[in-house]
Design a protein around this ligand. Structure first.
Ligand SMILES: *Cc1c(COP(=O)(O)O)cnc(C)c1O
Length: 372
């Protein structure tokens, strides 16, 4: 395999999916939708489909890929603040499970497209619950200053407008507070917000069929080998204990990162070892074109040398791209590293391959199944 390439351990993916299944199978009204934006590789989608997960999409392209990979439209939910007309049309014609509507303006356009196509739309409103997920600023989505969702004080008239329009079947409420969430407190707060909002809507005579609590569960980027499967038990048990569902209500989850992050790694080759006056650089053949999370979020992926077993030395591990942000790690302790060594960047299954680009006219990385 030419380097750099993505490698997926489908055994780890299976164990992850089994754990989700164990936590959810006793609840016939719970539905997990895999957030396909985390990784749309067909190798992974095949297994995810076998475990009966639905799909959470944020674009028309994702809806198309989900259906091309055999996911039924009736398992697809569709979020996003900027749904284009063609994307709405695609979703209406396919007959997806639910639009998660993020503004009144979007509601009006969906109504227009329903009339034009003679379709009805199942809709939920994405609510901005003003909960701080205490995660990186660029991946927090549930605060009033974020662009996502409709703020609670503005919600009621918009719900009434939807209920009064025969184009729509009003399903319920959708939330998604952020990503890489490891502290469970924000999820407890979310449950409290949902409970209060449900009481309020009930008093207003509004019937809610479904609650969608989004995704965001984090994974262990520091010790991925020790913790390849996220703590789904802890996550799901919070909703079991703290969320007051009404009889017959459906509960939807949208997990992305937690499903696929640990089953993927980026394998790259050392091109050069360069000794500076104060630093030693291991220059590898992957850059932010293959894995952008370090450059985009300051994220860190554990770096291991798959070839060398020598004595530990300190390296800055950097890519070949002509940007100073093209750095995977500073002062990394690695066994003595040589040209030709294979280096793996771990926990790269989510927001890795799918975010790769062709900047510098580089080819997109290939992918294969393998065992870690
Ligand atoms: C990205 C996204 C998710 C999944 O987030 P993860 O942090 O990968 O679990 C879920 N729902 C919506 C609406 C999203 O945009």
């Amino acid at each position: 395999m030419r380097t750099p390439f993505y490698q997926y351990d489908l055994g780890i993916l299976e164990n992850t999916l089994k754990s989700i299944e164990e936590c959810t199978q006793l609840h016939s009204n719970w539905h997990v939708h895999y957030a396909i934006k985390a990784n749309a590789n067909p190798l992974l989608l095949k297994h995810i489909k076998e475990y009966g997960l639905g799909i959470d999409c944020v674009s028309g392209g994702e809806i198309q890929v989900a259906m091309d990979n055999g996911f039924p439209a009736s398992s697809i939910v569709f979020a996003g603040v900027g749904k284009a007309d063609w994307e709405i049309d695609l979703a209406l014609k396919a007959g997806i499970l639910c639009f998660n509507v993020e503004s009144e303006a979007e509601l009006d356009v969906i109504a227009e497209r329903c009339s034009a196509l003679g379709k009805t739309a199942h809709i939920a409103f994405r609510v901005n619950p003003d909960v701080d997920a205490h995660t990186h600023a660029n991946i927090t989505t549930g605060k009033a200053e974020n662009k996502f969702g409709i703020e609670i004080p503005m919600l009621l008239p918009i719900i009434r407008k939807a209920i009064d329009n025969p184009c729509f079947i009003f399903e319920g409420l959708h939330f998604h507070i952020g990503s890489q969430i490891l502290d469970m407190e924000p999820y407890r707060l979310l449950c409290q917000k949902v409970n209060a909002l449900q009481d309020h809507l009930e008093n207003e005579g509004i019937k809610v069929n479904s609650i969608n609590v989004g995704g965001g569960l984090g994974i262990d980027y520091v010790n991925p080998e020790q913790n390849p499967v996220p703590d789904f038990k802890q996550y799901f048990s919070i909703f079991e204990s703290d969320l007051k569902l009404r009889p017959g209500q459906q509960l939807h989850f949208e997990l992305g990162r937690a499903v696929v992050a640990q089953c993927g790694r980026l394998v790259t080759k050392v091109l050069y070892v360069k000794q500076g006056t104060i630093k030693k650089f291991a220059i590898v053949d992957a850059g932010f074109t293959e894995l952008i999370r370090p450059a985009l979020y300051g994220a860190h992926h554990k770096i291991v040398n798959l070839t060398s077993k020598g004595e530990l030395q300190k390296y800055d591990v950097v890519g070949p791209i002509c940007e100073s942000s093209d750095v995977f790690g500073k002062d990394e302790m690695l066994p003595e590293t040589h040209r030709g060594d294979l280096i793996a960047l771990l926990s790269a299954g989510a927001y890795g391959e799918v975010m790769s680009s062709q900047y510098n006219c580089r080819p997109l990385p290939p992918a294969e199944a393998g065992k870690f």
